[in-house]
Design a protein around this ligand. Structure first.
Ligand code: CO
Length: 131
């Protein structure tokens, strides 16, 4: 598995993007609302890996609840896999918990799926399948 991006929960993209852009470089980045997840995201390029900034669009969304409980900070690591469905199925097969049983539509038209943090020592892990 190759590291694809690092997800960071933020209160406001308008505050976080200018703070992160000098560190990771890159030009203006578009914001994208991820349908159904109650989150807006911006990806900043950092070499072969990206930084994904996540802003909740409503307090009862997963990222909104994360912010309320823990504040801004590291939210998840995302790994590129050939098949999100196969990666999730492998976790289920070995008895680990998953957030998503199968892949779903993520940002930028990519198929994504989340493991439960208990599967990776308390770290929320996302699988990403690039088209
Ligand atoms: Co992500």
């Amino acid at each position: 598995m190759e590291l694809d991006h690092v997800g960071i929960a933020v209160g406001k993209l308008d505050d976080a993007v200018p703070r992160w852009r000098p560190a990771v470089g890159g030009a203006d980045v578009p914001y994208e609302e991820v349908g159904g997840q109650g989150v807006r995201v911006a990806f900043l390029s950092a070499g072969p890996v990206e930084v994904e900034l996540l802003e909740p669009t409503r307090p009862d969304s997963p990222v909104g609840r994360f912010l309320a409980a823990r504040g801004e900070g590291l939210h998840h690591l995302a790994f590129r896999v050939p098949s999100v469905d196969a990666a999730l199925a492998e976790l289920v097969r070995r008895g680990d918990r998953v957030v998503d049983r199968t892949g779903r539509a993520g940002a930028r038209g990519r198929r994504v799926g989340f493991a439960h943090p208990s599967a990776f020592g308390g770290v929320l892990v996302e699988f990403v399948e690039r088209p």
